[in-house]
Design a protein around this ligand. Structure first.
Ligand code: 5GP
Length: 203
């Protein structure tokens, strides 16, 4: 008898955090720790920063192109963050998970919650700074923001933390080695899960 090959879908792993909590570092470490993990490259209307490359960091598009993509349902989720639009291209995401690849989405909480609605099996991980004082210290230590921007980032952080209870996991990033191991364990445990969430099970 011909054996049918069981081909598991990849996981959607959403990482959200207030800026300065270490989410981007953790996302890159996860890519090293877990096999076959890829990054979803978002579209954004903000301008390119020095060192960023189109197609690798983001697809930098105009407001008009963004609106057209929203209209044709091209985003799995999208949101306005700090006065700019950001969205996760749907087709690439669906293609990757169908091919059994895990995909990391480095997106804000509004986007994370939209993804969960569409893909109930998505794993939502919220990265927390150990304390607000430490977050403030890290933001000042980066030396890239003026006082008004730091205050705005801290206010945004408080608002984002309020959404944390709607996430699946919380990872406190006090020590990057510990946080890295925890994120890798979460992904491993999700792969070992027998009962995966389906759209029907949450409706
Ligand atoms: P930045 O402009 O500093 O790269 O990103 C600003 C914020 O937008 C970060 O919190 C980042 O996670 C979030 N972000 C990046 N891409 C997306 C996306 O496709 N969707 C949503 N909802 N947020 C995104």
């Amino acid at each position: 008898m011909k054996q049918k090959k069981i081909h598991a879908q990849g996981l959607i792993i959403v990482l959200s955090a207030p800026s300065g909590a270490g989410k981007t570092t953790l996302a890159h470490l996860l890519q090293k720790d877990a096999r076959g993990v890829t990054f979803s490259v978002s579209c954004t209307t903000r301008s390119r920063r020095p060192g960023e490359r189109s197609g690798r960091d983001y697809f930098f598009i105009t407001e008009k192109q963004f609106t057209a993509m929203v209209a044709r349902g091209g985003f799995a989720e999208w949101a306005r963050v700090h006065d700019h639009c950001y969205g996760t291209p749907k087709a690439a995401l669906q293609k990757a998970i169908a091919a059994g690849k895990d995909v990391i989405l480095d997106i804000d909480v509004q986007g994370g919650l939209q993804v969960k609605k569409q893909f109930p099996g998505a794993v939502l991980i919220f990265v927390m700074p150990p304390t607000m004082k430490e977050l403030e210290r890290r933001l000042r230590g980066r030396g890239q923001d003026d006082e008004a921007t730091i205050q705005r980032r801290l206010a945004n952080a408080r608002a984002e933390i309020k959404c944390m209870p709607r996430y699946d996991y919380r990872v406190i990033n006090a020590d990057i080695t510990v946080a890295r191991a925890l994120v890798a364990s979460i992904v491993a445990a999700e792969h070992a899960k027998i009962k995966k969430a389906t759209k029907e099970s949450v409706q």
